[in-house]
Write a protein that binds this ligand. Structure first.
Ligand code: FMN
Length: 203
């Protein structure tokens, strides 16, 4: 089949786009507002961009109400800091719960029955039960086009501090099978990474 995205003429009951770029890692992001309220939300428009310096991005879309940006975006842009927590299979229910659109002063951390730990270099805290945390400084945002009034905006950040649970390090390498990271597919579907394979690069 072929369809044109402007015409959306795929003929399927659901737009397949999010099922075509898979699996997408999940940035489980903690931020803080100017009053110190801690916010937590998952973002699967998320990825690493480069490693020296290490930089990452996440992108917000589907504003709850037009003109009001999501809390993670607002807090990252106004406070200049955020933390990316690793979303694992063990924490999958909490990851999902933390996507609830709670009022600004109500924390998804408590709602998902999670605890936090202070960060080393930034104000937003880390999720205690998550085994990896990336402490990030906001770099800049890029406004993307929108066909429906949503705020489609990419946030770029520089990773300035990294916490890794020591039990994940086996023979000097990160053992992914001990993390069991989850990733987003299309629809309501997820994947879990619980086995890997290796290949040497040519040349
Ligand atoms: C696994 C998962 C991934 C998500 N990825 C995104 C995303 O990439 N961009 C986005 O705008 N919303 C995404 N959402 C929805 C947000 O998490 C949701 O709108 C949340 O309420 C935003 O919270 P905030 O306003 O506290 O930032 C995702 C939800 C789930 C469950």
């Amino acid at each position: 089949m072929f369809y044109e995205t402007q015409k959306n003429n795929h003929g399927l009951p659901h737009n397949p786009f999010k099922s075509l770029i898979i699996p997408r890692p999940i940035g489980w992001i903690t931020t803080q507002d100017d009053a110190g309220n801690v916010n937590l939300a998952p973002y699967s428009y998320f990825n690493a961009l480069c490693d020296n310096p290490p930089m990452i991005m996440f992108s917000t879309t589907n504003s709850r109400s037009k003109g009001v940006v999501k809390d993670t975006l607002h807090n990252a842009e106004t406070q200049g800091e955020f933390v990316v927590n690793m979303a694992t299979f063990e924490l999958r229910e909490a990851v999902n719960l933390s996507s609830a659109p709670l009022p600004k002063d109500e924390s998804e951390v408590a709602f998902a029955k999670l605890e936090t730990l202070p960060s080393s270099l930034v104000k937003p805290p880390r999720i205690k039960s998550s085994p990896i945390h990336l402490e990030c400084k906001y770099y800049r945002s890029l406004q993307l086009p929108s066909n429906n009034g949503d705020t489609n905006r990419v946030v770029f950040g520089t990773v300035i501090g990294v916490h890794i649970d020591d039990v994940l390090i086996v023979n000097g390498k990160i053992d992914v099978t001990r993390i069991k990271p989850i990733a987003r597919l299309g629809y309501m579907d997820y994947a879990v990474v619980d086995n890997i394979f290796s290949m040497q690069r040519p040349l």
